[in-house]
Write a protein that binds this ligand. Sequence first.
Ligand code: KIV
Ligand code: ZN
Length: 553
Amino acid sequence: MRRILIFDTTLRDGEQSPGASLNVAEKLAIAKQLDVLGVDVIEAGFPISSPGDFEGVRLVAEKIRRPIICGLARATDADIDAAGEALKGAARRRIHTFIATSKIHLEKKLKKSPEEVIELARRAVQRARRYTDDVEFSPEDAARTDLDYMCQVIEAAIDAGATTINIPDTVGYAIPEEFGARIRHVLEKVPNVRKAVISVHCHNDLGLAVANSLAAVKAGAAQVECTINGIGERAGNCSLEEVVMALRQKKAFYDADNGIDTREIWTTSRLVSNLTKLDVQRNKAIVGENAFSHEAGIHQHGVLQDRETYEIIRAEDVGWQGSRIFIGKHSGKHGVMDILKKNGYQLEDDKLQVVLQRVKDVADRQKNVEESDIVAIARDVLEDLASDEHLLDLREVSVMTGNGFTPSATIKLSIEGQDVLGTGTGVGPVDAASHALQSIIRSHVGPSLTLSEYGLKGITGGTDALAHATIRFKDQDGKEFRGEAVHGDVIIASVQAMVKGANRAMNFQKRLNKGGPTGCIDPKTPPGGEAPATAGEAPCCGQSKNQTSKQKP
Ligand code: KIV
Ligand code: ZN
């Protein structure tokens, strides 16, 4: 039976998801869990893209010893040297270098001839071999590259010393039969192909990333690149949990297995979701909240008679522990700690006490507190304890609403110790509160901080559910400052989220005025101590991901 290598790129391609960003401590926490999960390769980042990415790769390489640690590099000397340097401390290191090969990329992006690109690929692999004898090469946009030309590039890369050839469907253009045939063609036509492992890397623009990867495995590919929860650029990458469970389920068909401990899937999924703040859709295969729930009476009846009537995977096999664990006001510290641990949080005692107190406060009002409430409270507490100074404090909020008159709000804030009052009206109470707050911000913080995004969701069902508010403020330079808060009252949650966002903006401005570091590049100390940090600073003290100088492939 063949062994399919699982190459995880959650920390590199996954982190390129719009809205996701991880600091160094968070990357390390995820890498540790990926090690426990049993992945063969961890692509830890793109070292030249930013000092934070370099440091993330360096730290993962130093601390995680079993899997191969990989760093991404374009086919340039500077990129490859940065990757080589970041990976120096690794027990097992790989440099992954790439250059685009499709006609459109050659003509429009690289402005190079096919021959020049072959030469650059050859040189890049040779240079990478100075740092390690484990070198992966990818012809970017392979799925749209002329087949014969792609084979020539691959032959040259192997000739130069590449030990893995990765065929990416960069834009998610392929369909399974076509992609499988492409892999088969490479295996049949490239003369030196047996000297390298053939890998695939599929994007999900047509929702086919997993199907294409499986077709490639059937055709002979021996490595699959994927991410936890399928996160990644645009519509994401091939989802690790889906491809792994499909391979397990159909072991005989693929005549292949892999080294993943599937019982670690659920925890890994939740850890990645909590740290990247990218929710897992409820009906997502394998790791969605509904993946093992049965609603229809006929199904429930069947499952009660014999689980296999309607379930092809045992929930325990993917580590699903059920989310409807209720914590009441009489539940102890251990129940809460267990839930936090399962979701990737190991809090120091003082922080845990704050979380416990908040959980108890909610339990006093609500009958039961659910797992997702507890995780949201922990996120909120950690964010509150994050390194930013509390320049703004919310003192009072009052709103008047009803039908037949205009909703209005009054807010009292303390700004650097001084109480300030603001009022506003709006189409509803949240809108009025937002205008009241913005009137204070306009006159006391900065003229041009505008609310660019607002989201509100009930964490668990019911009218007494906790509300989770998220906002983004934009300043005059387009920099974004995120805030999120959890509260039993939707208006308080919304205003608290706005205050947090405004506080971040003020801290940023203060650091800028002092000429000190804005925190845009420096990794933040994890507020959760040993734990994965969760304090939700938007990438780089509020600067939106798209605006950082980080370069992406
Ligand atoms: O999608 C892609 O082409 C990539 C490469 C860097 C392999 O992520
Ligand atoms: Zn990719």
